[in-house]
Design a protein around this ligand. Structure first.
Ligand code: IPE
Ligand code: IPE
Ligand code: MG
Ligand code: MG
Ligand code: MG
Length: 321
């Protein structure tokens, strides 16, 4: 998908992020801007702005909240890389690698606080709820590393919290700020866009878990195979362990439990995942959520923004980065 057509919107977002992060000590603010300077897709603020336009609003109505959501996202990335022990993000060394863990923790906290300072007040509670759920989801993600038998249902609840709720907050907030029809009505514009955001969010993380295994590291900008090293219980793992038997299953279990995996071990696990059908299973699952997302928008009034949201839904499961 060609993001060039969104360049005006993305430029506004980038400029507003820089404006929000101007202060001292300089080193702390530099750390908080480190990932923003390196890039990122900025899909969440884009979703917020397009959802606002899709209900007839103008992007000025949603810009502050869109930026706040990207700040919350950036905060989660900085802390996530500490928790996941990942040293590369957006093709640059992670914040804690460059600035050390203490400053990286503070840079995350700063981004988190600034988000609530700049958000439009109508959407503060939505952002606060999403941020709390991300913490819950991240704790579940880590606790699953030690748990032997995680079910698909538990995985889906974990990714809903750690990832999908923020995309949902983006589309729901955008719709509210754009003056979308009443939230309490189940067929309202706000509800449709909220459901769309939730479902693309689910697909987003399932696809991210596949990318972690199969992507080109340069394109992805983060370490490939990291979830295997960390022993993450992704849907690929859950499904593969259901399908594999005997020596192959034991090999996968042993490598997932062990740290410092060699490139050969990672390649072996990826091959076994592919042969077990788990990758295909996950691609189908992601597609299922994308279909739900698109049907949530079915009878939303036609607009350019709606078409863009439909295209973004496809992009979520096609992307290589
Ligand atoms: C990465 O999100 C974190 C996940 C929820 C998988 P993105 O893939 O949106 O990361 P950037 O912002 O484009 O770097
Ligand atoms: C994404 O989980 C969830 C959050 C960052 C909140 P991952 O740990 O899979 O994200 P990446 O792959 O490091 O971007
Ligand atoms: Mg991570
Ligand atoms: Mg993580
Ligand atoms: Mg990942």
């Amino acid at each position: 998908m060609d993001f060039d057509k969104f360049e005006d919107k993305l430029q506004l977002v980038r400029r507003s992020i820089k404006e929000a992060l101007d202060g001292s000590p300089e080193r702390l603010y530099d750390a908080s801007l480190h990932l923003t300077s390196a890039g990122g897709k900025r899909i969440r603020p884009l979703l917020c702005l397009l959802s606002c336009e899709a209900v007839g609003g103008s992007i000025d109505d949603a810009l502050k909240t869109a930026v706040a959501i990207e700040l919350i996202h950036t905060f989660t990335l900085i802390h996530d890389d500490i928790m996941d022990k990942d040293e590369l993000r957006r093709n640059v060394p992670s914040v804690h690698v460059v600035y050390g863990e203490p400053t990286a923790i503070l840079a995350g906290d700063l981004l988190f606080s600034k988000a609530f300072e700049i958000s439009r007040k109508e959407t503060i509670k939505i952002l606060a709820k999403a941020a709390a759920e991300i913490c819950e989801g991240q704790e579940m993600d880590m606790s699953f590393e030690e748990a032997g038998d995680v079910t698909e249902k538990e995985y889906l609840e974990m990714i809903r919290k750690k990832t999908a709720v923020l995309l949902q907050a983006a589309t729901e907030s955008g719709a509210i700020l754009g003056g979308g029809s009443d939230q309490s009505d189940h067929s309202s514009q706000v509800k449709k866009l909220s459901d769309y955001g939730l479902n693309i969010g689910m697909a987003f993380q399932i696809h991210d878990d596949v990318l972690d295994l199969l992507a080109d590291e340069k394109k992805l900008g983060k370490p490939v195979g990291s979830d295997i090293v960390e022993g993450k219980r992704s849907l690929v793992v859950i499904n593969a362990l259901e399908n594999l038997v005997g020596a192959e299953k034991e090999k996968v279990q042993r490598i997932l439990c062990k740290e410092d995996n060699s490139p050969e071990e990672i390649a072996l696990v990826v091959r076994l995942f592919e042969e077990s059908g788990a990758i295909t299973y996950c691609r189908d699952k992601a597609e299922h959520f994308i279909n739900l997302a698109k049907s949530a928008l079915d009878d939303l009034e036609e607009s350019e923004a709606k078409n863009d949201l439909m295209d973004i839904a496809e992009y979520i499961i096609d992307r290589k980065e």
